[in-house]
Structures are given as structure tokens and as C-alpha cells.
Write a protein that binds this ligand. Structure first.
Ligand code: SOE
Length: 388
């Protein structure tokens, strides 16, 4: 039996577009009883949000999120606006009894994240954080291999997430470079993803120690005509302003199960547009994942015969692989936007099964706990315990 789930989406830029696309595609490929309906999209600038509504296929639009979350015909509020807006929208949506999907990082601080978790739990609504890389089939397969003990005892988790879109010092001060809007820089934007993957694949963190740097401390302000929420492109004005977030944050970690980890996030790696690499080494083998080649998982098994040892390249596009049988025949690859379709699919499946989806706001809180501990370790120049 079909159950319509009316979506109210806040934000219509980079992530707003990715989520809109996901709501449209999901029912075409996956079978769930809960079916998302693109009810209303919301943004401050009427002309732009009206155009987004038309282009992305939303039934209506709003220019105030306060109004959107109060609408009786909205079941699920999806938040894709800058990080500083998440908490207020979550609290208001939870008070209205709406289910909530929120972009990462969940909050600006651990305190905020905990307040948000409390609000959704008290309201009894479903909640999910959009850590979309968990939904890459190769990552889901890596998780399965680890759960099946194919890697044995985990020794190392090694992750790098590199970008280069602000390496030009003349690139202007977009919201992602302002602490009061983003919370942090490469740390919250990129480390949040690899911290989440580490928790998903290896387990909880025990302690961390980090370092960070802001290489370019002043940048041109945004042109006045530019909307502050402009994603990864923007036009510069003449006046300069201060960069108040990190350009890079690196840290070491010890996990509760004894594994050790290294994490590096930067926006200053020329040539690396969106390069994520994860390598995990265990007593029985290793796995390697690279986002630029996301349909593949590299797997090394110590159990292979001596004369056949080596990393095998698993093309994760067979019908037996996670999420894949909904898509194309074997060997026909999928891409970045499909991870958001999988997020929506998992949310709708959770509605079918009357469960909470995963990753939940609790995962958002635990990720924030690690991020905050790393920042504390940097401030205090010492190892910091990640206290659950
Ligand atoms: C920009 O740095 C960004 O879009 C992140 O915000 C996303 O979470 C990441 O997936 C790609 O890069």
C-alpha cells in the first residue's frame, strides 16, 4: 500500500539540488511503500526559489522556513542550508512533529547536536543525518566484509579527504569560510565524513590529537550581489575580510577496539577536487576505497594461496552488491548523486518498517563529539579522551 510522504526541503543550492534529484529518482528505481512527494521547497530569495521549484519539480515554494515547518501538509523536513541554521530548524520541525533529514555536520558544536537529538527523541519523530558516503555500495560492501571478519582484527584506519576549491587566495569569503555560519572549515565539512565512516567501519573513538592551519587568513569579501549561501563558486569584491575557519585539520586517533587511525582533511591540495581515500588494514587482510573510483573496492586477503596473493579489484556493480540491483545491469556504473538516492531510499524504508533510519542524529552527535575533542586537543596541545 502506498503511503505518500510530503517533503518540505529547506535550501535549493548544491545540496538542495542533490536532495531534490534524489526524491525524484528514488521511486523510479526502488520499491518502498513510503513514496516521497516533492511538496514544498524553501529559500529566502523568492525569484531564485520559485525558479528552483519549477526546475526541480516541487509543487510549491516558501520563503520562510518557519512557515514551511508549520504547514500541515508537510510530513518530513529536509535541511540543506548552512550549518548555523540547522539547530533552529530542527527544533521547530520536531515541535511540529515532522520527521527530519539534516545535512552534515549535524551542528555547530556538541552541545547543539545534543540539544537537537533530545528534541527529536522527545518529539518521537524519525531523524537521519545525510552522511551520504555510507551509502556508496563499495563502502557498504566494506562494512559487510568487516562484519564478516574478513579483515580479522583491525589495526589501521587511514583516511584522507582532499579538495582544492579555495586554494586560490583570491577566492572570496563564502559562508563555508566563516565560523559563525559553518562552525569550522575543512574539519566539519570533510573530516565529519571520514570520522563518520571510521565509526561505521571500525567503531567508537577512544582519544584523539590534532593540528590545524589556516593558510590564507584574509580573503576578498563576497560581492554584495552574491547570496551568502553560494556553494563552491562565488564572485569577489574589493574589500578584504578575515577567514575564521581552518583550511586543513589533521589528527591521529586511537579506537576503543585498539585500532589506530589517521585523518587528514584539506581544501589546499591542488588537483584534488574531491579526493577521498580510505585504507583499512587488519590481521587477515586490507581494503582500500577511492571516491574518484567509487564503483570499486580493493580487497587483499591473507587467506589467498601464496601464489595468488595481491589486491583484488572488486567491481561493485553486481546484483548481489548493496543497493545495486535497483539500478542497471551488472557492470553499469553509478555515481555521486546516487548516494543521495540511497539516503532517501533508506529513510523511506525506515518509514515502511516503522524504525528510525541510519545514520541517525545519535551518529551526528557522536561525530560531533569526535570533532569537538579534536578541536580541544588542538587548543590544549595534548591527547583528548572522546567521552561517551
Ligand atoms: C564541499 O566541500 C562538499 O560539497 C561537502 O560539503 C560535501 O559534504 C562533500 O561530499 C563534498 O564537498
Amino acid at each position: 500500500m502506498t503511503k505518500k510522504v510530503n517533503i518540505g526541503l529547506v535550501g535549493y543550492k548544491f545540496m538542495g539540488k542533490a536532495h531534490s534529484n534524489a526524491y525524484r529518482k528514488m521511486p523510479m528505481f526502488f520499491n518502498t511503500e513510503a513514496i516521497p512527494v516533492l511538496k514544498a521547497i524553501c529559500g529566502r530569495t523568492e525569484k531564485a526559489v520559485a525558479e528552483a521549484a519549477r526546475k526541480f519539480g516541487w509543487e510549491s515554494y516558501e520563503t520562510s522556513w518557519e512557515k514551511l515547518v508549520k504547514r500541515k501538509d508537510i510530513d518530513l523536513v529536509d535541511i540543506t542550508t548552512p550549518n548555523s541554521t540547522h539547530k533552529d530548524i530542527v527544533l521547530a520541525a520536531a515541535a511540529e512533529g515532522k520527521d527530519i533529514l539534516c545535512e552534515k555536520p549535524l551542528a555547530m558544536s556538541l552541545q547543539e547536536a545534543e540539544d537537537m537529538l533530545r528534541a527529536v527523541e522527545e518529539a518521537g519523530v524519525k531523524h537521519m543525518v545525510c552522511f551520504n558516503y555510507r551509502k556508496v555500495p563499495a563502502i557498504a560492501l566494506a562494512k559487510k566484509f568487516i562484519d564478516e571478519e574478513k579483515l580479522g582484527r583491525i589495526y589501521h584506519f587511514r583516511a584522507i579527504y582532499l579538495q582544492d576549491w579555495i586554494s586560490d587566495p583570491d577566492f572570496p569569503l563564502v559562508w563555508r569560510l566563516r565560523k559563525e555560519l559553518a562552525g569550522s572549515g575543512a574539519h566539519g565539512d570533510l573530516n565529519s565524513h571520514i570520522i563518520d565512516l571510521a565509526r561505521y567501519l571500525v567503531g567508537e573513538f577512544d582519544r584523539v590529537i590534532g593540528m590545524q592551519e589556516t593558510f590564507i587568513k584574509k580573503r576578498p569579501r563576497l560581492k554584495e550581489t552574491e547570496d551568502l549561501t553560494t556553494g563552491l563558486t562565488a564572485e569577489a569584491a574589493k574589500e578584504m575580510g578575515e577567514v575564521t575557519v581552518d583550511d586543513t585539520t589533521l589528527f591521529l586517533a586511537k579506537f576503543k577496539n585498539g585500532a589506530v587511525g589517521s585523518f587528514e582533511a584539506t581544501r589546499f591540495a591542488p588537483g584534488r577536487r574531491n579526493y577521498q581515500r580510505i585504507e583499512i588494514n587488519g590481521s587477515k587482510g586490507s581494503i582500500l576505497f577511492e571516491l574518484e573510483d567509487m564503483n570499486k573496492l580493493w580487497f587483499y586477503s591473507c587467506d589467498d594461496p601464496d601464489n595468488a596473493q595481491g589486491f583484488r579489484r572488486i567491481q561493485v556493480t553486481e546484483q548481489v552488491h548493496p543497493y545495486i540491483n535497483a539500478w542497471w545491469p551488472p557492470g553499469h556504473i553509478i555515481g555521486y548523486e546516487h548516494t543521495f538516492v540511497h539516503v532517501v531510499y533508506d529513510f523511506m524504508r525506515a518509514i515502511d518498517e516503522e524504525k528510525n533510519p541510519s545514520p541517525s542524529f545519535r551518529d551526528g552527535v557522536e561525530c560531533q563529539r569526535v570533532m569537538d575533542a579534536v578541536e580541544k586537543s588542538i587548543r590544549e596541545g595534548r591527547w583528548v579522551k572522546v567521552k561517551q
